[in-house]
Design a protein around this ligand. Structure first.
Ligand code: 5GP
Ligand code: ZN
Length: 117
C-alpha cells in the first residue's frame, strides 16, 4: 500500500491501463498527445520513473529531466515546428500543475505569446 504509482494517472498511462496516443518512447522517457491540446502540437513528455514534479526532483533525476527536454527537441524537429516552440514545466497547483508525475509540455505549431498567463 501507499505506492504513489498505483493511482498516478501518468504511471497508469505508462502501464497501458489508460490509453494514450504515443508519440515517442525510449528506455527512460515516454511521450504522448495531451488529451486537451492548447496548440496544434501539445505533447507531454514524462520520465518512466515516477516523481511528483520539479520541486520533488533529486540530483539523480537531473539526467532524466534533461532527457525529457531532448525528446521534446527531437519531436519538435520531426513536427517541423522549430521556428518557435515552448517547453513548460508547471510546478505546483498555483502554476496549474494538476498531475503530480513530472511532465514537460511541448507546445508549438502556432505563435506563442510572452509572458504566458
Ligand atoms: P499540468 O496541468 O499538470 O501541467 O498538465 C497535465 C496535463 O495532462 C494537462 O495538459 C491535461 O490536459 C493532460 N491530461 C490530463 N488527463 C489526461 C489523460 O488522461 N490523457 C492525456 N493524454 N492527457 C491528460
Ligand atoms: Zn507516476
Amino acid at each position: 500500500m501507499n505506492d504513489p504509482t498505483a493511482s498516478c494517472l501518468f504511471c497508469r498511462i505508462l502501464r497501458g491501463e489508460i490509453p494514450s496516443r504515443k508519440v515517442y518512447e525510449d528506455e527512460n522517457v515516454f511521450a504522448f498527445e495531451d488529451i486537451n491540446p492548447q496548440a496544434p502540437t501539445h505533447v507531454l513528455i514524462i520520465p518512466k520513473k515516477h516523481f511528483a514534479g520539479l520541486k520533488e526532483a533529486q540530483v539523480e533525476d537531473a539526467e532524466l529531466i534533461g532527457q525529457c527536454h531532448l525528446a521534446a527537441a527531437e519531436i519538435a524537429r520531426e513536427r517541423k515546428i522549430e521556428h518557435g516552440y515552448r517547453t513548460v514545466l508547471n510546478v505546483g497547483p498555483g502554476a496549474g500543475q494538476s498531475v503530480f508525475h513530472l511532465h514537460v509540455h511541448l507546445l508549438g505549431g502556432r505563435s506563442l505569446r510572452w509572458p504566458p498567463g
